[in-house]
Design a protein around this ligand. Structure first.
Ligand code: ADP
Length: 362
C-alpha cells in the first residue's frame, strides 16, 4: 500500500525558515555580533564564534558565568552584576564595560544587551548580543583628551584677555570716542560667548574623566535663581516666574546646581526665543526636590527626546540657527546623576518643553 500526502506547504515553510536563518546568519556575521545565551539555573553559556573570539575562549571550551565574570575588569564588575539582575527583573538591560581577552590579554571595550526569554520552555534563559567597540572607544578617548588639553591651555590666555577687557571697560568712560565704545561692547559680548564655551569644554573634561568633585553645602534652592539668572532678569526681554515651594534647603554643590539651572534657562531662551515667559517650578517631596524649567516654545520631536542628554547631541536644525556644542544637557545630566538625582524632559511639538531634575534634600 502506498500513501501519498501533499506537503507543499511544509516544504515552502521549511524553505522560508532556512532562508530567514541564512539572512540572520549573514546579518550577524556582517555586523560582527557576538551572540550569547545563558541558562539561568546552571549558569552555562552558549556562545557563537565571534563571541568566543571577543572574550578569548577556545572553540570547544565550556563557558559558565564564573568564566565570564573573570573577564570583566574589577572596576566594572559590580555594575555588570547589577545589569545582570536588571535583565532578570526588567527583562532587558544594556551594558558597556572593559573586559580582558583571555587569550591575548588585550583590554577590550564591549557593549551589549541581554533579554530574558519569555516563552514557557525557555523561561530560564537570557540571550544577548555583544559588540567589540574598542576602536570607537579609543577614538572617543582621543577626542576627550584633545578637548581636555585644548581647554586647559586656553584657560590662562582667556583669563588674561578677560582682565584686560575689564580694564578697558573701566577706562571706557574716559573717552567719548563712539567707535571705541562700540568695539569694547562687541569684545565684551564675544568674550562672554568664548567664556561660556570654554566653561562647557572644561566641565565636559571634568565630567568625562570622572574628575568632577562635588563641594556640597546647604543652601536654599530658590535663592540661586536670582544669583545665576541675573543676566536674564536684567535683559528685560524675558520674564522668569518662580512658582512652587520657594523655601526649601538642599545639600548639594551650589555652583554645579547653578550651572544646570543656567543651562536649562539659557536653552529655553535659545531654542524657544518667542516664549517670553519662562517658568521655574520648585516642588518638594519627602526626600527630594524637583525643579522644572518650562517654556512655551516649539517643543521637541518625540523621537529626539531619548537622545537629548547624550554627548554632542543636537537636534537637526538647531545647529543652523544657534551656536552650541551639544554638551550642555550631557553635562547637566552628569552633574545631577553625581548628586544621586534624575533629569528628564516632557515635551510635545508646538506645546513647549519642560526640562526637570530632582535632587536629594540631604
Ligand atoms: P547646545 O549646547 O547645543 O545648546 P544642549 O545639550 O544644551 O546643547 O541641547 C541639546 C539640544 O536640545 C539642542 O541642540 C536643542 O536642539 C535641544 N533643546 C534644548 N533645550 C530645548 C528647549 N527648551 N526647546 C527646544 N529644544 C531644546
Amino acid at each position: 500500500m502506498v500513501v501519498c500526502v501533499e506537503i507543499t506547504d511544509q516544504v515552502t515553510y521549511r524553505k522560508k525558515l532556512e532562508e530567514n536563518e541564512f539572512r540572520l546568519k549573514m546579518a550577524v556575521e556582517i555586523a560582527e555580533l557576538g551572540v550569547w545565551s545563558m541558562d539561568i539555573d546552571t549558569g552555562i553559556f552558549e556562545l557563537n564564534d565571534r563571541c568566543r573570539k571577543i572574550y578569548g575562549f577556545l572553540p570547544e571550551e565550556p563557558v559558565n558565568l564564573e568564566k565570564i565574570r573573570a573577564t570583566i575588569e574589577p572596576k566594572y564588575l559590580a555594575g555588570a552584576l547589577e545589569v545582570f539582575d536588571e535583565m532578570i527583573a526588567n527583562k532587558t538591560a544594556a551594558y558597556e564595560h572593559y573586559i580582558i581577552n583571555q587569550q591575548t590579554g588585550q583590554r577590550l571595550w564591549i557593549k551589549g544587551v541581554g533579554k530574558l526569554l519569555d516563552t514557557d520552555q525557555s523561561k530560564s534563559r537570557i540571550s544577548g548580543i555583544v559588540l567589540d567597540l574598542t576602536h570607537q572607544k579609543e577614538v572617543q578617548q582621543r577626542k576627550d583628551d584633545f578637548i581636555g588639553i585644548a581647554s586647559h591651555e586656553l584657560k590662562t590666555p582667556i583669563t588674561s584677555l578677560k582682565s584686560s577687557l575689564q580694564l578697558l571697560n573701566a577706562l571706557k568712560e574716559e573717552t567719548d570716542n563712539k567707535m571705541l565704545h562700540k568695539l569694547i561692547d562687541m569684545s565684551n559680548r564675544s568674550m562672554d560667548k568664548i567664556s561660556s564655551l570654554l566653561d562647557a569644554l572644561l566641565s565636559y573634561s571634568q565630567v568625562s574623566e570622572g574628575q568632577m568633585i562635588l563641594n556640597k553645602t546647604t543652601f536654599n534652592i530658590s535663592e540661586i535663581i536670582n544669583n545665576c539668572c541675573g543676566h536674564v532678569i536684567a535683559s528685560n526681554e524675558y520674564t522668569l516666574v518662580l512658582q512652587g515651594d520657594k523655601d526649601v534647603g538642599i545639600n548639594a554643590d551650589e555652583h554645579r546646581v547653578e550651572q544646570v539651572v543656567v543651562n536649562l534657562v539659557n536653552n529655553a531662551i535659545k531654542y524657544a526665543p518667542d516664549s517670553k515667559t519662562i517658568y521655574i517650578i520648585i516642588e518638594r517631596y519627602a526626600s527630594f526636590i524637583k525643579l522644572s524649567v518650562k517654556d512655551n516654545g516649539p517643543g521637541i520631536p518625540e523621537d529626539q527626546i531619548p537622545h537629548l542628554f547624550e554627548r554632542y547631541y543636537r537636534i537637526g536644525q538647531s545647529d543652523k540657527y544657534q551656536s552650541g556644542l551639544g554638551l550642555g544637557l550631557y553635562i547637566s545630566s552628569e552633574i545631577i546623576k553625581r548628586h544621586g538625582g534624575e533629569i528628564g524632559v516632557i515635551s510635545k511639538l508646538g506645546e513647549g518643553s519642560t526640562f526637570w531634575f530632582t535632587l536629594p534634600i540631604d
